[in-house]
Design a protein around this ligand. Structure first.
Ligand code: URA
Length: 219
């Protein structure tokens, strides 16, 4: 698959600032722009090079995290564990400062979201996953060295299966599971590194590290 083979509804690899595809998200964006005019309040583009070997896929920007900062997971509670972990495994360098101008950079890794706009209550609708799918597909096609996908949570796992037309029954979500994908790539699953999951103990730092280690070993 080549980048040229995939076109998105709005033409570019990333949705435009005023992407019109999801009426509910457009309405939410309008409200947030009025309330917080100096914040990003737009689709959040991926972070990291298209030349990367690993693509980490989250759900959607958090209202006062990525949606404010304009960089995935940046300023979101989940970003603290994600970016510390990437640094531990040599996939990032610099000090993560929860701001897009913190000088923190990714090494051989890219971080993106299944849905690029912040959804109300952190819950995109099925139609919104579907509308945003071409952007993730185009992104994957534009990554010539891509070997490993890392699903940060079940929603990201499901988004990858949908866009590759794979059946959930053949690829059940499980923390640490490795799924062989067409074209030799692998998908590794993790519970989402959200505050809820870490506070309840569903996901520990050790479990998250183990899942990333699995990715590095498998891809
Ligand atoms: N921030 C993101 O950018 N994505 C998530 O999935 C959670 C927080």
């Amino acid at each position: 698959m080549t980048a040229a083979a995939i076109t998105t509804p709005t033409g570019g690899l990333e949705p435009p600032r005023d992407c019109p595809l999801c009426p509910r998200l457009v309405e939410f964006r309008t409200i947030n722009r009025a309330a917080f005019p100096d914040r990003h309040n737009a689709p959040v583009p991926a972070f990291g090079s298209l030349d990367a070997r690993y693509l980490f896929i989250g759900l959607a920007p958090g209202l006062r995290g990525a949606n404010w900062s304009g960089r995935p997971f940046t300023g979101d509670y989940a970003g603290d564990l994600l970016y510390a972990t990437l640094k531990t495994f040599g996939l990032a360098q610099g000090d993560y400062g929860a701001r897009p101008d913190d000088g923190f950079t990714l090494l051989n890794a890219r971080v993106t979201n299944a849905v690029r706009c912040v959804p109300p209550e952190n819950k995109p609708l099925p139609a919104e996953f579907k509308a945003c799918r071409p952007f993730l597909l185009a992104e994957m096609a534009a990554m010539p060295n891509l070997r490993g996908l890392f699903a940060i949570g079940r929603n990201a796992h499901d988004a990858v299966l949908s866009l590759l037309d794979l059946r959930k029954s053949a690829h059940p979500f499980a923390h640490g599971a490795v799924h062989a994908l067409p074209e030799g790539q692998v998908l590794v699953d993790s519970y989402h590194c959200s505050r809820y999951n870490t506070n309840t103990g569903r996901l520990t730092e050790a479990m998250f590290h183990q899942a990333v280690k699995t990715l590095l070993a498998a891809a």
